[in-house]
Design a protein around this ligand. Sequence first.
Ligand SMILES: NC(=O)c1ccc[n+]([C@@H]2O[C@H](COP(=O)([O-])OP(=O)(O)OC[C@H]3O[C@@H](n4cnc5c(N)ncnc54)[C@H](O)[C@@H]3O)[C@@H](O)[C@H]2O)c1
Length: 435
Amino acid sequence: MSTVREFRSDPGAVAPAKAAVREAQSPLEAVQRLIRAACEDLGLPPAVYEYLKEPARVLVVNIPVRMDSGEVRTFTGYRSQHTDVVGPTKGGVRFHPAVTLDEVKALSMWMTMKCAVLGLPYGGAKGGVVCEPRTLSRSELEGLARGYIRAVAGFVGPERDIPAPDVNTNAEIMGWMLDEYSSLRGVVTPALITGKPEVLGGSAGRTGATGRGVVITIREAADRLGLDLRGATAAIQGFGNVGSHTARYLQELGVRVVAISDVRGGVHRRDGIDVEAAIEHTRRYGSVVGLPGTDPIGSDEVLYLPVDILVPAALENQITMANVDQVSARIVCEAANGPTTPEASEALVQRGTFVIPDILANAGGVTVSYFEWVQNLQNFYWPEDEVEARLEDMMVRAFNTVYKVHAQRGVSMRRAAYMVALKRLADAMAARGWL
Ligand SMILES: NC(=O)c1ccc[n+]([C@@H]2O[C@H](COP(=O)([O-])OP(=O)(O)OC[C@H]3O[C@@H](n4cnc5c(N)ncnc54)[C@H](O)[C@@H]3O)[C@@H](O)[C@H]2O)c1
C-alpha cells in the first residue's frame, strides 16, 4: 500500500505549538487549527488539510412536529458528514437549544479524528436538532426523532452514514429512529444506527462504553505517572451517560469521587460520594442537586477542586484561557468533546498537567458502536464480556500508540493523537490516489 511521507525526524518540526496569538473563537476554528498543526508536524502535502478543513457535506433540514396542543412547530436540524476517505461516516445526534451548524461541523471533524486514532473504518459525522428536550413531552420527542430521521433518510444508511446517541438522546430515541427508517425503506435495517436497545440489535455494553473507555485511559495515564488510583480523588462535571458511567467505573477502581455536577448544580463530599446513590437520585429527581450527605457546590466549581483527576463530561469550552489558571488537577481527562480549548490545554500541559485528549479519552463509545454495527451486519451477537475485552484491547492499544508518539516526539498527548489520526487519514488518501 502506498503511504505518504513518514513522521519527519527534524526535531524542529515537532516542537510544541507556539503560543497562539488568539484563542480559537469556536470549536470549528479549534479543530481546524489542530488538524492544520498536525499536518504541519507530519510534513503532509497541503492537499490533506484542504480535504479535511471542512466537511464534505452538510444538510440543514426543517422538521415539522405535531405538538400535543395540535399545532405544528418546525425545528431546525443538521447533519454534517466530514469525510468518507476510510469508510462510511459515523456520529451521534444531539438535541440541545444551543446546537449550531458550526458546532455540528466541528463535532463531525472530531469524530473523524477519533475514529482514525482508534483505527476504525469510519469517517466522522454529527447531527443536531435545535430544541430544548426538557420542554417536550414524550410524544413530541418521538415526533421530533422520527421527523429528523425522515428528513435525512436519503443521506444516511449502514454503508453511508450511521447515527448514534449524543447529548440528550438515548437508546429509546435510536429505537424510534430505526423504526421510522425501516418503515420508510420497507426493510428492517438494524445497522443504520447504533446505541439502540439490545432487543433491536443494540450491542451489549454500549451504554456504559464511553465511560468505560474514559476510565481505561485514566488507568493507563495513572500507571505512566505512578499515581495509585486506590484513594486518588476525582471530580466530574456532567452526570449524564458519560459522567455517570465514568464515576461508577472510577469508584470500582478505588477512586474517591468527591464532586459531581450537572446543569442544575453540583454536590461535594470530601470522603467520596456514593456514586450509585447519585445515579439513583438523578434518575428520580433529574439532578444530583440535593443528594443527601453532600454539600452543594456550583456547576463550574467542580473544575477548580484540588483533585488528582478532573473529568469534564458535559459540553465544549468549559476550560478556556479565562479559567485555566484555577484548574489544579494532575490529570484532566476530556470525556466530553472539546471541553478544553487547545490554548487552555497547552497551558495545562506547560504546567505539568497530563491532559488525555477527547479524541482518545471518549473513543470507547464509537468503538462499541463499531462493534454493534459489525454484529448487525453479521447478524451474530457477542456476549458482554467479549465486547468489554475487545474494547479494553483497542483502547489500550490506541493509548499506547498515542503515548509513544507523545514520549518520542516530545509533544502533548493531544498533538500526538492528531498526528496518529492524520497519518492514517493521509495514508488512506494516498492509497486512493487523492494525493
Ligand atoms: N454518549 C456517548 O456515548 C458519548 C461518546 C463520546 C463523547 N460524548 C460526549 O460526552 C459529553 C456528554 O455526553 P452524554 O452522552 O453524557 O450527554 P448527556 O445528555 O447524557 O449528559 C450531559 C450532562 O452534562 C450536564 N451539563 C450540561 N451543561 C452543563 C454545565 N454547564 N455544567 C455542568 N453540567 C452540565 C447535563 O446536566 C448532563 O448531566 C458530550 O460532549 C458528548 O458529545 C458522548
